[in-house]
Design a protein around this ligand. Structure first.
Ligand code: SAH
Length: 623
C-alpha cells in the first residue's frame, strides 16, 4: 500500500534470500516479484524463462520502478542498454542481500528512486544510500521542487542550474505564481535568492509564462536558467457543435503563443454543462491529460464578465460561456478561505481554422487561479508514532510519514520523529493547544491534492488527531473517498507504560481520560465509577495538568471505594523517552508521586500484585 505511488514495481531476485527480502515489500497486486525458474518454490513469485536481460527489456516500458536484490554491478550491466534519459527512465533501486543497504541507483530524482529508496529503507530498517549532490547539501533538487504541487517542468538548462546549486553558487528564484510552501523548510545555507541580485549564477523561473529561449549559451550575459510551470491557468471554452479536437488545440496554441503563456501551466478546461458530451473537447482533454469541468448556465450567468453576449444568452441562458467558465473554475480552485474572484488573464478570443476541412469555431478565455491545480487525489495519513522512541514506531507508520508531501503535528512529536523526515518535506509543527487548527490545515492541504501525514503520539485513534480529522471531514460533507484516508496504528501510552512495568493489562482493562476540556466531568466520573466497580484494570490518560489538578484526587477516591488501598498503581512518565520516570506505588500513596500531562497512571484490579519493580495481573480466569 505504502509504495502505491510507484506501482507497478517489478521486484527482481535471483537467490532465495533475496526473494524473501523482496517478498516482504511486494504486497501490492500491481507489483510483481520475479525469480528465475530455479526458484519456482518461492511463494507469490512469478518465474521468468528467458534470460534476465531479455526479460527486463520486456518489462522496462510498463513499470514505474525496478527493485533488485542483486549486486549493483550486475544490475548496471543488465539495464545499461535500456536507459534512455533521466526524465523518462524508471526508478532503479538495489537492495543488498543482507538487507542492510538500499541504494538509489538510477532515476533518483525524476524517476523517484531516491524517495522509493528511503521508503524501502524504512520498511526494512536499512540505511538508504543516496548519492545525488542535493542530498549531501540537504537541498531540494531543482528538478524536484515543484513535484508535490503538480508543477510541470518547462524549458531550460536543468543540468547547468543543478550544477550551480551543487557548487553552492547563488541561484536567483523568480516566482510569479504557485505555492511558496517549498521555501519554508530550506536549510539556512541554501543558495536561493528571492530578490534580484548581481552575483547570481543561475535563475529559476516559476511562472505561468513561456519565457523565450535564453540568449546564446556562449554569451557572457546568459545565465543558465530553467522554468517550472505551476498549473494555474483555467481555459474557458465555448465552441460550436462538432468542432474538432484539432481546431480546439490550434485555438489554444495560438492564444497561448500570442500571449507568451505556457501550455504546461494549464490547469484544466472549463465550459458549460451542455458541452460535457462535445466529442472534440472530450478528445482534446483526454489526449492532453486535462480535466474538463462544466458548470450549469445558472452558475455562469451570475459572473460579471468583460464581454457578455446577448446572442449567447439567448441560445444557452448565460451571456458568457468561455469567460465565465474560466473565472468560476479558477475561483473554485483558489483558496477556499478567500472570497476573491479569480482574475481573467485573457478575455475571450474567437478562433476559426483557416483550413476549410476543419469544422467549427472556438471561443477561448483564460483565468488565473490563486492556487495551482495539483491533479492528484489528496491523502490524509493519520499516523500514530508510538510513545516517542522511533524503535517503537511501526515500519508502516514510518514509511507513511516519509512518503507524505506534508507532515503536520505538535512540535514535540515532530522533533521525536525528525530522523525519518525527508529533507524537503513540508513540515508544519503547531503548538499543543492547536489540535483543531492542525486538523483543519491537514484537510485543507489534502483537499488541494497533497499527501498529508497527521502525527499523533501513541495511537492516532486513541485521544489523538485521527478523531478530530474524521469529525471535521464528516462535518464538511466528505464523500468518504476524496481525500483518501488511511489510519496507521501506533503503540498507545497504555501499552508502552504497561510494557515497562510488566503485565498489568493482562486481564480486562479500560482507559479513561481525565481531561474535562472536551468531555463533561460528570460523564468522566460515571465512567470511573463503572470501571472501578467492574474491577477493570484502568489506564488514566491526561491525569493532571497545570490547570487541572483535582481530577486525579477525585479519581483515586472513586477507586478507593471499590479497591484495596494497597492495590498496585504504576505512574509512568515519558515512557520510552530520554526522561522516562517509572514509579510503582499503591492507590493509597498515589498522590505522593509527581504526575503531569506526560504521565499515564495504571491502576491494577483486585488481583494485580507488585513484585519488585514489576506489576503483574494474573492471566487466569479461575483461581
Ligand atoms: N494518542 C496518545 C494519547 C494522547 S493523550 C496515545 O495513544 O498514547 C495524551 C496523554 O497520553 C498524556 O496526558 C499521557 O497520559 C499519555 N501519554 C502520551 N505519551 C506518553 C508517554 N510517552 N508516556 C506516558 N504517557 C504518555
Amino acid at each position: 500500500m505504502l509504495l502505491n505511488e510507484f506501482s507497478p514495481i517489478a521486484f527482481i531476485a535471483t537467490t532465495p534470500t533475496g526473494a524473501k527480502k523482496l517478498q516482504f515489500l511486494c504486497q501490492n497486486q500491481d507489483n510483481t516479484l520475479w525469480v528465475p525458474e530455479s526458484l519456482s518454490e518461492i511463494n507469490h513469485a512469478k518465474t521468468y524463462k528467458d534470460s534476465l536481460k531479455n526479460h527486463l527489456a520486456n518489462l522496462w516500458d510498463n513499470h514505474q520502478a525496478f527493485v533488485f536484490c542483486l549486486a549493483t554491478g550486475a544490475v548496471v550491466r543488465l539495464i545499461s542498454n535500456l536507459l534512455k534519459s533521466k526524465s523518462t527512465d524508471p526508478a532503479v533501486v538495489v537492495v543488498d542481500e543482507t538487507g542492510k543497504f538500499v541504494i538509489s541507483l538510477c532515476g533518483g530524482h525524476q524517476g523517484g528512486a531516491d524517495k522509493l529508496t528511503q521508503l524501502i529503507a524504512l520498511q526494512l530498517g536499512a540505511t538508504p544510500v543516496l548519492t545525488g549532490a542535493s542530498n549531501g547539501l540537504e537541498l531540494p533538487a531543482v528538478d524536484m521542487l515543484g513535484i508535490p504541487f503538480g508543477w510541470c517542468r518547462g524549458e531550460g538548462d536543468w543540468n547547468a542550474v543543478s550544477a550551480a546549486v551543487a557548487k553552492g553558487e547563488e541561484v536567483e528564484v523568480i516566482q510569479e505564481v504557485g505555492s511558496t510552501l517549498w521555501q519554508n523548510n530550506l536549510p539556512k545555507s541554501h543558495p536561493f535568492k528571492f530578490n534580484e541580485s548581481q552575483t547570481t549564477k543561475a535563475k529559476i523561473f516559476i511562472s505561468h509564462k513561456q519565457y523565450s529561449p535564453p540568449l546564446s549559451p556562449s554569451s557572457p550575459l546568459c545565465l543558465p536558467s530553467l522554468t517550472w510551470h505551476p498549473r494555474v491557468l483555467w481555459v474557458g471554452i465555448g465552441c460550436e457543435r462538432g468542432t474538432s479536437k484539432q481546431v480546439i488545440a490550434d485555438a489554444i496554441d495560438k492564444v497561448f503563443l500570442e500571449n507568451q503563456l505556457a501550455l504546461s501551466a494549464i490547469a484544466g478546461i472549463a465550459t458549460i454543462d451542455i458541452k460535457s458530451d462535445e466529442v472534440g473537447l472530450l478528445e482534446f482533454c483526454h489526449e492532453s491529460n486535462l480535466p474538463l469541468i462544466t458548470f450549469p448556465s445558472e452558475t455562469l450567468s451570475t459572473v460579471t464578465v468583460p464581454n457578455p453576449s446577448q446572442v449567447v444568452e439567448k441560445e444557452v441562458g448565460t451571456p458568457s460561456v468561455a469567460e465565465a467558465a474560466a473565472i468560476v473554475a479558477a475561483t473554485q480552485q483558489s483558496n477556499t478561505s478567500s472570497q476573491n474572484i479569480a482574475s481573467l488573464q485573457i478575455p475571450k478570443q474567437i478562433y476559426r481554422s483557416s483550413n476549410q476541412n476543419q469544422k467549427g469555431a472556438v471561443t477561448i478565455a483564460i483565468a488565473q487561479a490563486e492556487k495551482e491545480y495539483i491533479g492528484k487525489v489528496g491523502k490524509l495519513l493519520l499516523v500514530g508514532t508510538g510513545p516517542g522512541n522511533l524503535e517503537q514506531m511501526t515500519p508502516a507508520a514510518q514509511t507513511a510519514v516519509a512518503s507524505a508531501d506534508a507532515v503536520i503535528g505538535y512540535s514535540l512529536y515532530i522533533d521525536l520523529i525528525a530522523p525519518i523526515l525527508r529533507k524537503h518535506q513540508i513540515v508544519e509543527a503547531l503548538p499543543i493547544t492547536k489540535e483543531r487548527d492542525r486538523a483543519a490545515r491537514a484537510i485543507e492541504l489534502a483537499n488541494w491534492g497533497l499527501t498529508v501525514a497527521v502525527i499523533s503520539s501513541g495511537d492516532s485513534g486513541i485521544y489523538g488527531m485521527a478523531g478530530l480529522v474524521m469529525e471535521d471531514l464528516q462535518a464538511s460533507g466528505w464523500n468518504g473517498k476524496n481525500p483518501h484516508v488511511e489510519v496507521f496504528p501506533g503503540v498507545s501510552a497504555f501499552q508502552s507504560a504497561a510494557a515497562r512495568v510488566g503485565t498489568p493489562l493482562m486481564h480486562d482493562f479500560c482507559a479513561v481520560s481525565l481531561s474535562d476540556l472536551l468531555t463533561p466531568w460528570e460523564i468522566i466520573i460515571k465512567r470511573l465509577e463503572a470501571a472501578a466497580a467492574a474491577d477493570f484494570v484502568t489506564a488514566l490518560y491526561n491525569p493532571k495538568s497545570k490547570t487541572r489538578t483535582q481530577q486525579l484526587t477525585e479519581a483515586r477516591e472513586i477507586f478507593l471505594k471499590y479497591r484495596n488501598p494497597e492495590t498496585p498503581v504504576a505512574v509512568v512518565r515519558s515512557v520510552y523517552r530520554e526522561d522516562e520516570q517509572i514509579t510503582i506505588t499503591t492507590l493509597e500513596k498515589l498522590l505522593d508521586v509527581p504526575v503531569d500531562m506526560l504521565t499515564t497512571v495504571l491502576i491494577g484490579n483486585q488481583s494485580t500484585r507488585s513484585y519488585g519493580q514489576w506489576m503483574i495481573t494474573p492471566r487466569g480466569y479461575r483461581k
